[in-house]
Design a protein around this ligand. Structure first.
Ligand code: DX5
Ligand code: ZN
Length: 226
């Protein structure tokens, strides 16, 4: 067991083979499944909802890490918790009462994550930082898989790592967007310990299991297998 976790972003999977894709993630050492919920309002795209989370729950024993890119997430927390989310992450831009949202998520029996768009400063998370179980730094503008990594976000990870250390917080520091075998080590060095990865896992030329295994080995610092 090591402290670096890999969370493949399931919206980059082939949905016609969802159970196989999930099985490939599991066999290749994925730690969590990351589910990107988008509403076509807070972000331009519409992806999946609670029914999809519930299907993933039936197909996998891995914890489900649900990233809500939706307006007014407070209205939907209960349904995602019931669907089987292990962690629910909300955006500070969508939550006027961030502390209240974190408390509500925890009261539903889930761990609570908070996140922010690349343009939002880390200081926007300050009020909820001591309470959160997970802090997510977006390294692309939320909305799509397959975008280019924003290297400017390395500094934001360092800043949040320092703040968490100063608080003595054991919260996970997760990164999401453009994470690949090249960019993962940069975020790891900056202090991240959970890596979300869509395209690099599911669009790997040799298949999902190969992609996930390669990323997991880099995350955990093991020498690559042949
Ligand atoms: C972006 C999503 C990400 C995305 C990751 O809005 O939150 O989770 O699917 O995909 P890649 O790794 O391809 O950037
Ligand atoms: Zn995400």
């Amino acid at each position: 067991m090591n402290n670096y976790l890999l969370a493949p972003s399931i919206i980059a999977a082939d949905f016609t083979r969802l159970a196989e894709e999930i099985a490939a993630c599991e066999s290749a050492g994925a730690d969590w499944l990351h589910v990107d919920v988008m509403d076509g309002h807070f972000v331009p795209t519409i992806t999946v909802g609670a029914l999809f989370v519930e299907a993933c729950k039936r197909a996998s024993k891995l914890p489900l890490d649900v990233h809500l890119m939706i307006s007014e997430p407070e209205k939907h927390l209960e349904v995602f918790a019931k669907a089987g989310a292990g962690n629910i992450t909300v955006h500070v831009e969508t939550c006027p009462d961030l502390v209240g949202a974190v408390k509500k998520i925890k009261s539903l029996g889930c761990t609570a994550g908070i996140t922010l768009k690349p343009a939002t400063p880390a200081s926007a998370l300050e009020s909820a930082l001591p309470l959160a179980d997970l802090i997510l730094v977006m390294s692309v503008n939320p909305g799509y898989s397959g975008q280019a990594f924003m290297p400017e976000m390395i500094g934001k990870v360092e800043e949040l790592r320092n703040k968490l250390n100063a608080l003595g917080s054991p919260a996970y520091l997760e990164v999401d967007g453009g994470i690949s075998i090249e960019t993962l080590p940069l975020m790891k060095n900056a202090g991240a310990n959970v890596f979300v990865t869509g395209s690099a896992a599911f669009k790997h030329p040799h298949g999902t299991a190969v992609g996930v295994r390669a990323l997991k080995e880099i995350a955990s610092g093991k020498p690559p297998s042949q």
